[in-house]
Design a protein around this ligand. Structure first.
Ligand code: GAR
Length: 192
């Protein structure tokens, strides 16, 4: 990836659709001295995203895009990113698929966290699929976003054992905890 590092932190946008625990975690990480990024914008595709409250809590600009007209929406997002001088994007539980044209504009500068050991279980319902398949391990993956869903280059993975006591809810909880460790480590890895 083109070197983005310098003395200043890299202006970053986080895209969310849900609870925003990864968002909160990334914001906290961004505030420590060694973090290469600062969070300057939060984008959501739904006002139902509970994570939007972290924008208010941490005084970060937030913007809602409803994606009804996909092309227009992406164009408007790109304009806002340009205006805010955003150079890096973290997807954190963002449940929309971005177009390949959009991804091309931020080539190699969009990353995502996914709750499975990719390439296993791209898409949704990863935990139940891992349990149903009697997998011994589950985990999460930080990866670059490419035009193909959950298929970009892997940055880092973390795994845990699936126990006989696990159900999709307990596994999701454990993996989310793991995600909170993995995402900042992946960001550090990229910029070092
Ligand atoms: C996380 O488990 C994340 O990996 C997953 O959504 C959850 C969001 O939680 N993302 C995907 O499934 C993307 N395909 P959060 O809103 O609390 O960060």
């Amino acid at each position: 990836m083109e070197k983005l590092t310098g003395l200043k932190k890299i202006k970053t946008a986080v895209f969310i659709s849900g609870a925003g625990s990864n968002l909160k975690n990334i914001i906290k990480f961004s505030k420590i001295k060694k973090s290469p990024i600062s969070i300057n914008l939060i984008i959501s595709n739904t006002h139902l995203a509970k994570g939007l409250r972290f924008a208010d809590q941490f005084k970060i600009q937030k913007k809602l895009f409803n994606f009804k007209n996909f092309k227009n929406t992406e164009r408007n997002i790109l304009l806002l990113l340009k205006k805010k001088k955003i150079k890096f994007i973290c997807l954190a539980g963002f449940m929309r698929i971005l177009s390949k044209e959009f991804i091309k504009k931020f080539d190699g500068k969009i990353i995502n966290i996914h709750p499975s050991l990719l390439p296993k279980y791209k898409g949704l319902n990863t935990h139940i699929r891992a349990i149903r398949n009697n997998d011994k391990f589950a985990g999460c993956t930080a990866h670059y976003v490419s035009a193909k869903l959950d298929s970009g280059k892997i940055i880092l993975q973390k795994k845990i054992k699936i126990t006989t006591k696990d159900n999709p809810t307990s596994l999701a909880k454990k993996i989310l905890k793991l995600e909170h460790k993995l995402y900042p480590t992946a960001i550090m890895k990229i910029f070092n």
